[in-house]
Design a protein around this ligand. Structure first.
Ligand code: HEC
Length: 264
């Protein structure tokens, strides 16, 4: 018995050590937020997604592309065709090769995806201290606990503790794997002028841009959640029907056995 207890203590200690070291290397556990799109009854908060689009457009799109999201997908967020055309035209994408064989650029159109702001990877790295700003189309799905992670990352910049060695050009952020990130804190109070008059605090902007990016990564998320609920309800009803039909089917059999037993 004592041996079992000792083994248990040893195992707990090893697990504790393993998780402690893993914890710091993998980044701090993200803050757990409440999201409009969570759960079986969730709905995308479209106002928030629209504000998030403003944040992406005015801040993040300077460094990050959305290669799987087309300008015309903004109609699903409730925007009109004319507005979308005008926004698209603010961006440049690669055009046709001209008669002289040179590559040309043209204004983006609604059917184009959000372009990469840098002409190539080297240019992107050169502008960002050697790091590559990733495409954000699927970032919410690509990271564990994506919505909470990106929210925490955006709000998680802190002064580096004395014992941490943050290399020059990097910023201390405990939510980022390894703790030092090349992205400077992108959000500051009032950096975006919200069309709906909402106060642009860093927390609000992070929440909105995460709602927008979740929509971009999985526009059918809410539909999928609802479908899960419908399937459960269907299975529930099916179980009840099966229960009563089984009862009915077995009734004569059971009755028969009783008769037999009665006879004995
Ligand atoms: C000035 C350029 C710049 C801006 C503006 C910027 N980022 Fe970044 N971002 C970067 C760079 C560079 C990296 C890569 C960091 C690294 O690998 O150290 C990055 C990485 C990220 C990551 C990935 C972190 C990971 O786990 O790998 C996310 C998410 C992100 N940015 C979100 C945003 C959002 C949302 C905005 C807008 C609010 C934004 N960024 C604005 C440069 C930028």
């Amino acid at each position: 018995m004592k041996l079992v207890k000792n083994i248990a203590i040893a195992l707990t200690a090893v697990a504790g050590l393993a998780s402690a070291s893993f914890g710091s290397a993998a980044g701090k556990h993200p803050m757990q937020m409440e999201w409009s799109f969570d759960g079986a009854f969730g709905q995308f908060d479209m106002q928030s997604a629209q504000r998030g689009w403003q944040v992406y457009k005015q801040v993040c799109s300077a460094c990050h592309s959305l290669k799987y999201f087309r300008f015309r997908n903004l109609t699903d967020l409730g925007y009109e065709e004319d507005m979308i055309k005008a926004w698209a035209a603010e961006y440049e994408v690669e055009g046709e090769v001209d008669d002289a064989g040179d590559e040309t650029m043209r204004a983006a159109r609604p059917e184009d995806a959000f372009p990469n702001p840098f002409p190539n990877e080297n240019a992107a790295r050169a502008s960002n201290g050697g790091a590559l700003p990733p495409d954000l189309s699927l970032i919410i799905k690509a990271r564990h606990d994506g919505a909470n992670y990106v929210y925490s990352l955006l709000n998680g910049y802190e002064d580096a503790p004395a014992d941490s060695h943050v290399p020059a050009g990097k910023h201390y952020n405990p939510y980022f794997k390894g703790g030092a990130i090349s992205m400077a804190p992108p959000l500051a109070e009032g950096i975006v002028d919200y069309e709906d008059g909402m106060a642009a605090t860093p927390e609000q902007m992070a929440k909105d841009v995460v709602t927008f990016l979740t929509y971009v990564a999985e526009p059918k998320l809410v539909v999928r959640h609802h479908m899960g609920l419908e399937v459960l309800m269907f299975l529930g009803i099916l179980t009840i029907i099966l229960y009563f039909s089984m009862k009915k089917i077995w009734k004569p059999v059971k009755a028969g056995r009783n008769v037999y037993e009665d006879k004995k």
